[in-house]
Structures are given as structure tokens and as C-alpha cells.
Design a protein around this ligand. Structure first.
Ligand SMILES: [Zn+2]
Length: 123
């Protein structure tokens, strides 16, 4: 894991981590410096694994997803389809046991168990 990732993980564990992470992001140069870009991708992936590991703590998972999205937006990262489809775009919670999935001939309909928003994914 890169030092950037370690920094982020340390900051997440501190009490006012949200504030510090946003400051951290604010001082990044926006631009496709490949090293920064790659470490940002790594950070986003780490945040999503951390989110899925802390599913039982809904609030924490939600925060991880929010921060990961923020980093992705800032660094202009396209999330992988596997990541993109693992959480609700409306309420930013990970899909879980309460999610309803219906399969029709060409479309997978996913209904979020938390906010009830419906998403249709072709397959
Ligand atoms: Zn939702």
C-alpha cells in the first residue's frame, strides 16, 4: 500500500477525520500526474474494501463511500463497474441483504433496501 493510502487510513481513524480528509484532498493539485492518479485509484479501492468490511456499521460504511466518491470526482477517476454497482447512487449505502434484485429478459432491476430507489442495469 502506498504512503498516501496509509495517510488516509490514519486520518480516517482520527476523531475529526472527515474534516482532515477534506483538507487533504483540497491541497492536492488537480491534474493527471500519473503517480497521484494511481495512488488515488488505490485509495478509492481501499476505501471501498473498508466500506464492505464495515457493513455492520452503516454510518461508517456510508462515510467511506462518500469519501471515495469525493476522491474519485476530484481526481476524475472512472469507477470500475464492480464498484459502481455495489452501492446505491442516491443514498450512498452499500447494497446488502435488504436489496431486491429482479431479472427480466435483458434488464437487471436493483431496488435499494434503504431509500427504495430503483436502478436498471442492462446485462
Ligand atoms: Zn439507496
Amino acid at each position: 500500500m502506498s504512503t498516501l493510502c496509509n495517510n488516509i487510513t490514519d486520518k480516517l481513524l482520527s476523531p475529526n477525520f472527515r474534516k482532515s480528509i477534506l483538507l487533504h484532498i483540497a491541497f492536492w493539485d488537480v491534474g493527471k500526474d500519473s503517480r497521484k492518479y494511481e495512488s488515488a485509484i488505490e485509495a478509492v479501492e481501499t476505501l471501498f474494501t473498508m466500506a464492505s468490511q464495515s457493513r455492520e456499521n452503516e454510518e461508517r460504511a456510508h462515510r467511506y463511500v462518500m469519501i471515495a466518491e469525493k476522491i474519485a470526482a476530484r481526481m476524475d477517476i472512472t469507477l470500475k463497474p464492480t464498484i459502481k454497482r455495489s452501492y446505491c447512487k442516491k443514498c450512498k449505502t452499500l447494497y446488502g441483504s435488504s436489496t431486491q434484485i429482479r431479472l427480466s429478459s435483458k434488464i437487471m432491476t436493483v431496488k435499494c433496501g434503504h431509500c427504495g430507489s430503483i436502478r436498471r442495469i442492462p446485462y
